[in-house]
Design a protein around this ligand. Structure first.
Ligand SMILES: C[S@@+](CC[C@H](N)C(=O)[O-])C[C@H]1O[C@@H](n2cnc3c(N)ncnc32)[C@H](O)[C@@H]1O
Length: 225
């Protein structure tokens, strides 16, 4: 796995990207990004849930979840970048969803939340730039309640050897331009979650051949009486 950008570099990259992030990400992923978000929210979020959207960025997933949780629910948008969260705040205000939302800044590899704080924990495309994706995924698991769900979408290596080779060459170029790569690379976190006891509810591969995504929902087993 490619070495991650440092935290300060990531903050700088996303500060410059924030205003154009939504359309740039949509264009580069041929709109598969939105499909991944919709699959997760549809499968994992219910009315009244307390949801954490980790690495929430400009809030595309968190706002979708906020529509679904309704007035009784609550969604926390957590991200390293204040600039990305500012865009999310503006979008929430325009939609009148701000009452259901809370915004927090910090590092998702060391979440400032107690164990079992949320019904649902989501991460869309935010494990890819992490310096320790497996530890980040285990943090998502820690803060989900027993019986709760963890839904993730992240970049994955292409399945076929030639496409994988080609994707690596494209990534070599993109990584010289962090505003283009966004610090994202293919990661693998599902084995860590399964080892922690997570039960896989579904796994899907979506996206374009050169930039596929894995989308999955894991349930944290309910505590025994
Ligand atoms: C590719 S964007 C994904 C944003 C959003 N979840 C989406 O669906 O478009 C990656 C996000 O992860 C955030 N991020 C990167 N490293 C982080 C960390 N250590 N802790 C919290 N957020 C982080 C970035 O600031 C950025 O907003």
């Amino acid at each position: 796995m490619r070495q991650a950008l440092g935290i300060d570099s990531l903050i700088g990259v996303y500060a410059r990207l924030a205003q154009r992030y939504d359309w740039q990400h949509r264009l580069l992923t041929a709109a598969a990004d939105q499909r991944g978000r919709a699959l997760l929210v549809e499968a994992a979020v219910r009315a009244g849930d307390r949801v954490l959207d980790c690495g929430a960025g400009t809030g595309s997933t968190g706002l979708m979840a906020a529509r679904k949780v309704g007035a009784r629910g609550k969604v926390t948008l957590f991200d390293l970048s204040d600039d990305m969260l500012d865009v999310a705040r503006d979008k929430a205000e325009t939609e009148g969803l701000d009452e259901r939302l809370e915004f927090r800044t910090g590092d998702m590899v060391q979440l400032p939340f107690a164990d079992a704080s949320f019904d649902v924990v989501l991460s869309t495309y935010s494990l890819c730039p992490l310096y320790d994706p497996a530890r980040g995924a285990l943090e998502l698991y820690r803060v989900a309640r027993p019986g709760g769900k963890i839904g993730c979408a992240h970049s994955a290596a292409p399945a076929h050897a030639f496409t994988r080779w080609l994707a690596d060459r494209v990534e070599d170029i993109a990584w010289r331009l962090p505003w283009l790569s966004m610090g994202c690379r293919a990661v693998e976190v599902l084995p860590a979650l399964e080892q922690a006891g997570g039960q896989v509810l579904f796994v899907k591969r979506i996206g374009v051949p050169l930039w596929p995504f894995v989308v999955f929902v894991v349930e944290k087993p309910a505590a025994r009486a």
